[in-house]
Design a protein around this ligand. Structure first.
Ligand code: 3PY
Length: 250
C-alpha cells in the first residue's frame, strides 16, 4: 500500500495534518491538496460523518496523495473493521484508556495470524481482491494510532507504548477534562511531556491535536512528529469572523 503518512514518518519528517468534521468530498479534496498536508483525519467520533462518507472521503483524500485516517467512535471491533474497509490508510481510536484496551485495538486492526480482522475491503480502489496481497500489506502499512486522553492511560503509558501500535496521539482537551485540571496548566503540560518522552523512548510516533498553527508550531518544536494543525469547521468559523470584522470594523 502507498501510505504517504508512513513514508513521511519513516523518513523522520514532521507530518502536519488537518481534521475533517464535515462530510464534504469537495472540502476534503481542497484540504488534501494543500501543500504539506500529509494526512487528513476523518472524524467519525464526533460530527456528521457516517459510514458511506468514510468511503467517499477516504478515496478523495488518498487520490490527492495524502493519507486518510479515520477516527472511530470507540474501540469496538465492528466499528474498527467497517472504518478500515473504507480504504483508509489508518485508524485513530479515542479513549484508549488502558494497555488492555490497546491490545484489543491491535487485535481488531490486524488480519490473522496477528489479529482477528475479517476480510471485506472490496469497495475501494485502495485495496483489492482476496489474494491481491492487501491483507499482508494492511498488517504492515496501515497506521494504527490510539488516543491518550485519560489519567489511567497516562499511568499505563509505558505498557501502552510497548504494544503493536504506530502512533500515540494525545487528545489534549479530553485529557484536561478527565484529569480535572486546567488546559495548558502545569499538571496538564507535565502529563503531555511524560507521554511525549515515553512514546519517543519506545520508538512510537508522538502526536497531538491542535486548534491553530501557533499551537501546532509549539508542539513540533517540543518534539512531536505528527500534529493536527486545525479543523475544517474552526477554519471556516474563525476566518469568516476575521474577514467580517475587517469588513465592518466591528
Ligand atoms: C481532544 O483534544 O480531546 C481530542 O480528542 C481532539 O479532538
Amino acid at each position: 500500500l502507498t501510505v504517504p503518512l508512513r513514508e513521511k514518518l519513516s523518513a523522520g519528517e514532521q507530518a502536519a495534518g488537518a481534521w475533517l468534521t464535515l462530510p464534504s468530498t469537495a472540502i476534503a479534496g481542497v484540504i488534501a491538496r494543500t501543500q504539506d498536508v500529509s494526512w487528513v483525519l476523518i472524524d467519525a467520533e464526533h460530527g456528521l460523518i457516517n459510514d458511506t462518507h468514510m468511503y467517499d472521503l477516504s478515496n478523495v483524500v488518498a487520490a490527492n496523495n495524502a493519507s486518510p485516517i479515520i477516527r472511530v467512535p470507540a474501540e469496538e471491533i465492528w466499528l474498527i473493521k467497517r472504518a478500515l474497509d473504507s480504504g483508509a490508510h489508518g485508524l485513530m481510536v479515542p479513549m484508549a484508556n488502558s494497555a488492555e484496551i490497546v491490545r484489543g485495538i491491535v487485535r481488531a486492526t490486524k488480519y490473522p495470524p496477528i489479529g482477528v480482522r475479517g476480510y471485506g475491503p472490496m469497495f475501494t480502489s485502495a485495496t483489492g481482491a482476496l489474494g491481491s496481497g492487501y491483507a499482508a500489506a494492511a498488517n504492515n502499512d496501515l497506521i494504527i494510532s490510539v488516543q491518550i486522553e485519560h489519567p489511567q492511560a497516562v499511568k499505563e503509558i509505558e505498557e501502552i507504548c510497548q504494544e503493536g501500535i504506530d502512533v500515540v496521539f494525545i487528545g489534549p482537551f479530553d485529557l484536561a477534562m478527565s484529569m480535572g485540571v486546567e488546559f495548558g496548566g502545569e499538571e496538564h503540560e507535565a502529563a503531555i511531556a511524560k507521554i511525549l518522552a515515553t512514546a519517543k523512548k519506545h520508538g512510537k510516533v508522538a502526536a497531538i491535536f491542535c486548534l491553530n498553527g501557533e499551537q501546532a508550531a509549539k508542539r513540533f518544536a517540543q518534539g512531536f512528529q505528527m500534529v493536527s494543525v486545525t479543523t475544517d469547521i474552526d477554519t471556516l468559523t474563525n476566518q469568516f469572523a476575521v474577514e467580517l470584522s475587517r469588513a465592518t470594523g466591528k
